[in-house]
Design a protein around this ligand. Structure first.
Ligand code: HDE
Length: 727
C-alpha cells in the first residue's frame, strides 16, 4: 500500500516501459550502482564527502563549493514549524476491519464490507508539549486515525479523554495560550501546573469536567497501547435511505486501560523521555501488534434530547450505561514508519476529511476545527499541496482542477483547468451525484444569526460529579493529589482560592481535601457562583455513578507484554528461577534479568545467566513488576546495594506487584513484613506482594500463579502504608 503511495518507485517502472531489454538492463544496472553512490540532489556523484573545497590544504573554503553549500543549505532547512498543539507524537501503520456490515446505519464503504481491510496510519500525541518534550507528562493524549478507504481518506482525530475543556472553538487559542509555557519566559514545558492555566480554568467553569479527567490517572497512560480513544464530538452516520443517527466513536484497547503513578511518570520523564514512543515501537518490532476495537454509541436523532444534556456540547459524554458501546470492528497496528519525518511528522489529519455516510453535527467546537486543521496544515507543511505527500495521499484517485501552489508534485497536463469544459480529452471529470458522491445530510436549519450558546450547554458540574462519584478510593486520592500538586505551583493565591471554590460544586469533600493540602480554609461555593461565566445550573442526572469511567475496577486483560524486572546477582538460584521465567513468559510477560552490571551472573550451581539490563540503566520505573530471585549470595549482595533496595521499594511505592523468591525476601526488609506472615495476612497488609517460600516445584507453581494474578491487576493502589515507604 505504501509502495503505491511512493510515487518514485512506480514512476521508474513506468519510464522503462517500451524500451528495449538491453536498455532496461543498462538502466537497472545504473540504478543499482547509483543506489550505493553518494550524490548531490541533482544526481551528481560525490567524490569526497569528508573535505570541503579549499584554497590549499590549510586555506579558506571556496564559495564555489556547491556540494558543501547544497548540503548545509538542506540541513539548515530540515526543520518545519512544529504543530502548534499536539507537537509531540508517535505514529504507526496498520489496518482496520469491520466485523459486520453497518449498512443499516451508514453507506461508508469501509464500514459496510467485513472483507475489506482498510489501511490506516495512527498518530498518538500529547497536547501541550513541544516536539522534544517528555512522553509521560500529565496531559490528554491525541489519538488520530487516518483510514485510507476506497472512497478517499477518512480521519478520526480524537483524544484519549471523551470530553474537551471548552464548548466553542473561539476559546481554543485562549485555552492553549493559557496552557502552553508562559510567553514571557517560556516556562513550564508540557505542564498545566502554572498560573496562567489555572487562572483561565478557574474563570471558565466549562473546563471542570475535563479537568477531573486530566487530574485523574487517565492523563498518565502506562502505554499508548493501553488507553482508550474517543471521537469526543457527536457525529452523524447516514444510511442509504438518507436516514441519520447520531454517533459517538470509541476505541477500546485489547490490553486494558492502565495508568502510571504521578511520581513514576515524573521520574520516567527524566530517565526515558521517549517512554511511550519506545514502548509502541518495541511492541510492533517484537510482533506484539497493538489492537483496539472500534466502538459506537448510536443514538437515533429523535432521542437526541433524552439525556439531560446537549449532545452538541463537547464537554459532555454519553454514559455507557445509558447507551451501550457496540463494538463494530478492529484496528491493528503492525508496522513502524520507515521515516519519522516523512510519515509521523508530515501526516496531516483533519476532522473534515470525511467519506460518504459519515457527517458532522453542529457542535460548535467541531465546527471551528473544520476550518482550523486545513489552515494549520497548509502553514505547517508549506502550502496547499500537503495532500500529495506520500503519507497523506488518498488511495482513491484524485481528479480535480486545483492547480499550482508551492511544491506541486503532480504534473497536470493540457490546457483545461476548469469544469465544465468541452475540449479536454480524458479530463471530463464529472461530479458524482450518486450514492458514492459525498452528500451532506440535509439538516433543516432556520434560525437567527447570533453569538450565543444554547442554555442546554450551561450545566458544567453534573458530569464532573458523575466522574468523581465513579472513581474508587485510590483514584479519588490521586485526583486530590493532582489538584494539590498543580495548584501548589500556582503563585497567585486568588487563583488557588477560586479553583477550590469551583471544585465545591463538583463535590464538597473533594474541595475540602484539595483546600486542606493548600492550607486554605473551607471552600465557598457561593464565591465561585459569583464569578463571570458561572451558571449555577444542574440538570437532573439519571446516574449516580458510571463504572465505565472507572479504570481500576475493570476486568484484567491478562499480562501480555507486561515488563517484569528479575533482580539477580552472582549466586542466584537458577534452579528455582528457571520455571518461574518459563511460566511468566508463557503467560505473555517480558522478563529481563536486571543486575548490578552487564555481562552474566553466576548461578549457585555454577552456570552463567545473561544479564539484560543494569539497576541504573533500567530503573524500576521502566518495569511493571519486580521479581527478586532466590539464592543466598545473590540476595545478600543485592540487599547491601542501595540501588537494588531502592528498586524494590520504589516499585512497591508505585503499586507494582513484587515477588520475592526464597532468600530474595531480604530485599523486602524495609517493608516491615513480619517473618512467617501467611499469604492471606500478606494480601491485606501488603497487597500485590508475593513471597515464594516453598521452592519445591508445586510451591513454585503456586508462587507464579499468585504473581501472575497480581501482575494482571496492574497496580495495587490499596497498599495501606505505601506513602510511608522512603522511595
Ligand atoms: Fe485539535 N488541533 N483542535 N483537537 N488536535 C491540532 O492540527 C484545534 C481538538 C487533536 O496527530 C492542530 O495539524 C482547534 C479536540 C489531535 O497530527 C490544529 C480545536 C480534539 C491533534 C488543531 C481543537 C483535538 C490535533 C495542530 C478547537 C479531540 C493532533 C496542528 C476547536 C477530539 C493530530 C495540526 C496529529 C491537532 C486545532 C480541539 C484533537 C491547530 C481549533 C476537541 C489528536 O489544527
Amino acid at each position: 500500500m505504501v509502495q503505491s503511495r511512493n510515487g518514485g518507485r512506480g514512476k521508474q517502472a513506468r519510464s522503462a516501459e517500451g524500451s528495449s531489454p538491453d536498455k532496461i538492463q543498462q538502466l537497472q544496472a545504473f540504478a543499482a550502482d547509483a543506489a550505493t553512490t553518494l550524490s548531490t540532489n541533482q544526481g551528481l556523484r560525490i567524490a569526497d564527502n569528508h573535505n570541503s573545497l579549499k584554497a590549499g590544504p590549510r586555506g579558506p573554503t571556496l564559495m564555489e563549493d556547491f556540494i558543501l553549500r547544497e548540503k548545509l543549505t538542506h540541513f539548515g532547512h530540515e526543520r518545519i514549524p512544529e504543530r502548534v498543539v499536539n507537537a509531540r507524537g508517535s505514529g504507526a501503520h496498520g489496518h482496520f476491519q469491520v466485523y459486520r456490515s453497518l449498512s443499516e446505519y451508514t453507506t461508508a464503504d469501509f464500514l459496510n464490507d467485513p472483507e475489506t481491510r482498510t489501511p490506516v496510519f495512527v498518530r498518538f500525541s500529547t497536547a501541550a508539549g513541544a516536539q522534544g518534550s517528555a512522553d509521560t507528562v500529565r496531559d490528554v493524549r491525541g489519538f488520530a486515525v487516518k483510514f485510507y478507504t476506497r472512497e478517499g481518506n477518512y480521519d478520526l482525530v480524537g483524544n484519549n479523554i471523551p470530553v474537551f475543556y471548552i464548548q466553542d472553538a473561539i476559546k481554543f487559542p485562549d485555552l492553549m495560550h493559557a496552557m502552553k509555557p508562559q510567553p514571557h519566559h517560556e516556562m513550564p514545558q508540557a505542564a498545566t501546573a502554572h498560573d496562567t492555566f489555572w487562572d483561565f480554568a478557574s474563570l471558565m467553569p466549562e473546563t471542570t469536567h475535563m479537568l477531573m479527567w486530566t487530574m485523574s490517572d487517565r492523563a498518565l497512560p502506562r502505554s499508548y497501547r493501553m488507553m482508550e480513544g474517543f471521537g469526543v464530538h457527536t457525529f452523524r452516520l447516514v444510511n442509504g435511505r438518507g436516514e441519520s443517527n447520531l454517533v459517538k466513536f470509541h476505541w477500546k484497547p485489547k490490553l486494558g486501560v492502565h495508568g502510571l503513578a504521578w511520581d513514576e511518570a515524573q521520574k520516567i520523564a527524566g530517565k526515558d523521555p521517549d517512554f511511550h514512543r519506545r514502548d509502541l515501537w518495541d511492541a510492533i518490532e517484537a510482533g506484539h501488534f497493538p489492537e483496539w476495537e472500534l466502538g459506537m454509541q448510536i443514538v437515533p436523532e429523535h432521542h437526541a434530547a433524552d439525556y439531560g444534556f446537549d449532545l452538541l456540547d463537547a464537554t459532555k459524554l454519553i454514559p455507557e450505561e445509558l447507551v451501550p458501546v457496540q463494538r463494530v470492528g478492529k484496528l491493528v497496528l503492525d508496522r513502524n514508519p520507515d521515516n519519522f519525518f516523512a510519515e509521523t511528522e508530515q501526516v496531516a489529519f483533519h476532522p473534515g476529511h470525511l467519506v460518504p455516510g459519515i457527517d458532522f453535527t453542529a457542535d460548535p467546537l467541531l465546527q471551528g476545527r473544520l476550518f482550523s486543521y486545513g489552515d494549520a496544515q497548509a502553514w505547517r507543511l508549506g502550502g496547499a499541496n500537503f495532500h500529495e505527500l506520500p503519507i497523506n495521499r488518498s488511495l482513491a484517485a484524485v481528479h480535480n482542477f486545483q492547480r499550482g501552489g508551492r511544491h506541486r508534485l503532480q504534473i497536470d497536463r493540457g490546457p483545461v483547468a476548469y469544469e465544465p469544459h468541452s475540449i479536454g480529452q480524458g479530463t471530463e471529470f464529472r461530479v458524482d451525484g450518486g450514492p458514492q458522491g459525498f452528500q451532506s445530510f440535509e439538516e433543516p436549519l432556520e434560525s437567527p444569526k447570533l453569538r450565543r450558546r444554547s442554555p442546554a450547554f450551561d450545566d458544567h458540574f453534573t458530569q464532573a460529579t458523575l466522574f468523581w462519584n465513579s472513581m474508587g478510593a485510590a483514584e479519588k486520592d490521586h485526583i486530590v493529589h493532582a489538584f494539590r500538586y498543580e495548584l501548589s505551583k500556582v503563585m497567585l493565591p486568588a487563583v488557588r482560592r477560586r479553583m477550590v471554590d469551583n471544585l465545591a460544586h463538583v463535590d464538597p469533600r473533594l474541595a475540602m481535601k484539595v483546600a486542606a493540602g493548600l492550607g486554605l480554609d473551607a471552600p465557598d461555593p457561593k464565591a465561585a457562583a459569583g464569578q463571570a461565566g458561572f451558571r449555577d445550573v444542574r440538570h437532573a442526572s439519571t446516574l449516580e455513578e458510571s463504572m465505565a469511567l472507572n479504570m481500576v475496577a475493570r476486568e484484567g486483560a491478562g499480562i501480555g507484554t507486561r515488563r517484569i524486572a528479575v533482580l539477580a546477582a552472582d549466586g542466584v538460584d537458577g534452579v528455582s528461577l528457571r520455571p518461574l521465567l518459563q511460566a511468566l513468559g508463557a503467560a505473555g510477560a517480558e522478563c529481563r534479568i536486571v543486575a548490578p552490571r552487564l555481562g552474566t551472573v553466576a548461578t549457585a550451581s555454577g552456570r552463567r545467566l545473561e544479564v539484560q539490563a543494569t539497576l541504573i540503566g533500567m530503573p524500576s520505573v521502566m518495569f511493571d513488576a519486580v521479581l527478586v530471585a532466590g539464592g543466598k549470595d545473590s540476595a545478600e549482595a543485592l540487599a547491601k546495594m542501595g540501588d537494588a533496595v531502592h528498586f524494590v521499594l520504589e516499585a512497591y511505592r508505585h503499586g507494582k506487584p513484587v515477588c520475592a523468591v526464597g532468600d530474595g525476601a531480604a530485599l523486602l526488609r524495609l517493608l516491615d513484613i513480619a517473618p512467617g506472615t501467611d499469604a492471606q495476612a500478606l494480601a491485606k497488609s501488603h497487597p500485590g506482594v508475593v513471597l515464594g517460600t516453598d521452592l519445591q516445584p508445586e510451591g513454585l507453581e503456586q508462587t507464579v500463579l499468585a504473581f501472575v494474578q497480581a501482575v494482571a491487576r496492574h497496580r495495587h493502589w490499596d497498599r495501606p502504608a505505601a506513602d510511608a515507604v522512603p522511595a
